[in-house]
Ligand binder design. Structure first.
Ligand code: GCW
Length: 608
């Protein structure tokens, strides 16, 4: 990441005053030989048009930030060896392309694997302005335009972000503005109660007035703030349910407060019973979001956006698309992805996400999905992402949020070129490793869509029954005969939340894609899969393969000429991944062998 930036020679100590000025400066320092004309055309909004003239010069037309995005598109293209496009027109598919940081004001980062917070320390703002501008540039260079700086779990004193810290927040917003990046704050739904108001009931006029007055102050300081991000009634956070109100009541009340300023409320739909009794077979966690929101379709104000995690659980390696993203047609929606590798290897194991995102975006139909967000993988580490190769996820998220048709392979090779400038065989070798890394991780962790066999709370390493008798609603129910949850209409009925053709496809184990089998079905180990293997044999095979692939990956990684300090970090993390993959492989295989009593048909070692 740092390395990609280091290709850009512009001196950021001279801070730019506008996107256009920044575009001009970046172009003349990165491509000094070429003449560019910047043509302000507000009708293009954030989009841009590039045209080569007969005299060899280029015109980049666009709205305020469109010109900047056009300039970065040129620079990316030139520096990655593709040459300068002679004619190009591009507009972003999604209006808000957001990074959500889960940073706390004490300097910690929830699910952060790249060091401490870039923004906060010691319960106050503490940042390096130069790094803030670097981050702004990093975002702008791939088209990202919204940064939520604080955790959706709003802890003290971030609750005061709306008051005591406003001057600081304003300074930060000023730094990001020339990069076309607008800030957003997570807020606590019960905030008025810290100000002597006895309730946070959204229908109380006292509460409504408090939010209106607060929004006014916030927007006076930061007129282009995107709005507020809210996690309510989720994992212990306060929300409208306390007052017998629904989430449209809660979101619309806040939406009224920010409306006069053009603000938006981004309301998260990650709501489920996190105090489930494992003996309760009626409740099925993936059903929760639909049950809480689907009946409210059409009830949300036009400046509310419901932000829905891409899958119905919680960023597992494989999940189907959330039914809310398919079914809420009268509501503005944003899809939430997670760059932070919470369940996917903590930025120790390699896990390149774009192949997974391609699958997700391909299934996304609706025009009411107007925005995308990703939980940040950034921190104070020099390289920003902890693992230098995890930066590919940040980079390609930006490209996908701009254009979900982005070609996975080209995007990853572009990043490799810009970052390492390897000769072609090395580039190809790294490309293959990165593109295959998600499948490999999937193979050595929980099998076939079942998820959750991970060490509780910390979420790194195997613990097949760690969540089995816990409160979180994440069970696999493996016994001596079978594993998985039946989510068809004969089982929990989750599948009924989908359109009919998907119910058909996933409802029958014979047509359900293998990789989703144990998400939708409870099957005996002797179940015969499409390729003739039994389920248990497939589980064993995947795990052995996952570990073998990791060993092969490590060989390639060791052979590549990464510069220092990246090389040392990459190699030491690769060793930790190898250990992790072996642990997963052996523990999962042993777990299933002990239950099923089945031997591996190929006689490989599975421990007793
Ligand atoms: O999976 C959970 C994470 C929490 C996170 C939550 C959420 C911010 O383990 O750390 O809290 O998801 O998305 O709100």
């Amino acid at each position: 990441m740092k390395a990609w930036l280091s290709h850009l020679s512009l001196d950021l100590t001279v801070s730019p005053s506008s996107p256009e000025e920044l575009a001009r400066a970046e172009l003349s320092s990165a491509l000094p030989e070429t003449v560019f004309r910047l043509d302000n055309d507000p009708s293009l909004g954030e989009g841009y048009r590039i045209q080569k003239k007969a005299d060899g010069s280029f015109t980049i037309s666009g709205g305020k930030t469109g010109i900047l995005y056009g300039a970065y598109a040129m620079i990316r293209s030139a520096l990655s060896g593709r040459g300068l496009p002679e004619s190009l027109f591009s507009v972003p598919k999604y209006g808000l392309r957001m990074i959500n940081c889960w940073d706390n004001m004490d300097g910690t980062v929830e699910r952060g694997y790249s060091g401490r917070s870039l923004f906060f320390e010691g319960d106050r703002f503490q940042y390096n302005p130069l790094r803030m501008m670097e981050l702004g540039r990093l975002m702008a260079s791939v088209g990202l335009n919204v940064l939520c700086i604080n955790n959706v779990n709003v802890h003290n004193p971030a609750q005061l972000l709306l008051e005591d810290f406003l001057p600081e927040a304003k300074r930060l917003a000023d730094l990001f503005r020339p990069f076309g990046v607008r800030l957003m704050f997570s807020v606590d739904f019960s905030q008025p109660m810290r100000h002597g108001i006895p309730t946070a009931d959204p229908l109380s006029p006292l509460v409504q007035d408090w939010w209106k007055k607060t929004a006014q102050e916030v927007y006076r300081a930061i007129p282009d703030l995107v709005g507020f991000l809210v996690k309510a009634d989720s994992e212990g956070r306060p929300g409208p349910f306390t007052y017998g109100r629904n989430h449209a009541d809660g979101a619309n009340m806040l939406a009224d407060a920010v409306r006069p300023f053009g603000g938006k409320i981004i309301w998260r739909c990650f709501v489920y019973n996190c105090r489930q009794d494992w003996r309760d077979v009626q409740t099925d966690r993936p059903k929760a979001a639909w049950e809480h929101y689907a009946f409210l379709d059409g009830e949300f104000a036009d400046n509310v956006i419901l932000q829905v995690k891409h899958g119905p659980f919680d960023f597992q390696v494989r999940e189907p698309l959330s039914p809310l993203l398919l079914g809420m047609k009268q509501t503005n929606l944003a899809m939430e992805l997670q760059l932070a590798q919470e369940y996917t290897g903590h930025q120790i194991d390699l896990y390149t996400m774009i192949p997974m995102w391609k699958e997700i975006f391909e299934e996304l139909p609706a025009d009411n999905i107007m925005s995308v967000a990703a939980v940040s993988n950034l921190g104070r580490d020099d390289n920003y992402t902890g693992h230098p190769l995890a930066a590919v996820n940040f980079y390609t998220f930006g490209l996908m949020a701009w254009d979900p048709e982005t070609h996975a392979e080209s995007a990853v090779s572009e990043w490799i070129r810009l970052t390492y400038g390897f000769r072609s065989e090395d580039e190809k070798a790294l490309l293959k490793v990165l593109l295959g890394s998600r499948r490999t991780y999937e193979k050595y962790t929980a099998p076939l869509g079942i998820g959750w066999m991970i060490t509780p709370h910390d979420h790194y390493g195997p613990n097949p029954s760690g969540y089995e008798y816990d409160l979180w609603g994440t069970y696999h129910k493996a016994n001596r005969e079978a594993v998985g949850i039946d989510r068809t209409e004969k089982g929990t009925g989750y599948l009924l939340q989908y359109p009919e053709e998907l119910q058909k496809k996933y409802g029958d184990p014979a047509t359900c894609p293998d990789l989703y089998l144990l998400f939708y079905h409870r099957l005996p180990y002797s179940f015969v899969m499409k390729d003739g293997r039994t389920l248990i044999q497939r589980i064993y095979d995947d795990h052995f393969e996952g570990y073998e692939e990791t060993k092969a990956m490590a060989e390639v990684i060791r052979s590549l000429p990464f510069p220092e300090p990246d090389r040392e970090i990459i190699l030491s993390r690769m060793d930790r991944q190898l250990y992790n993959a072996k642990e997963w492989c052996d523990i999962i295989n042993t777990f299933f062998r002990r239950l099923s009593g089945a031997d591996d048909a190929r006689g490989r070692t599975i421990y007793d």
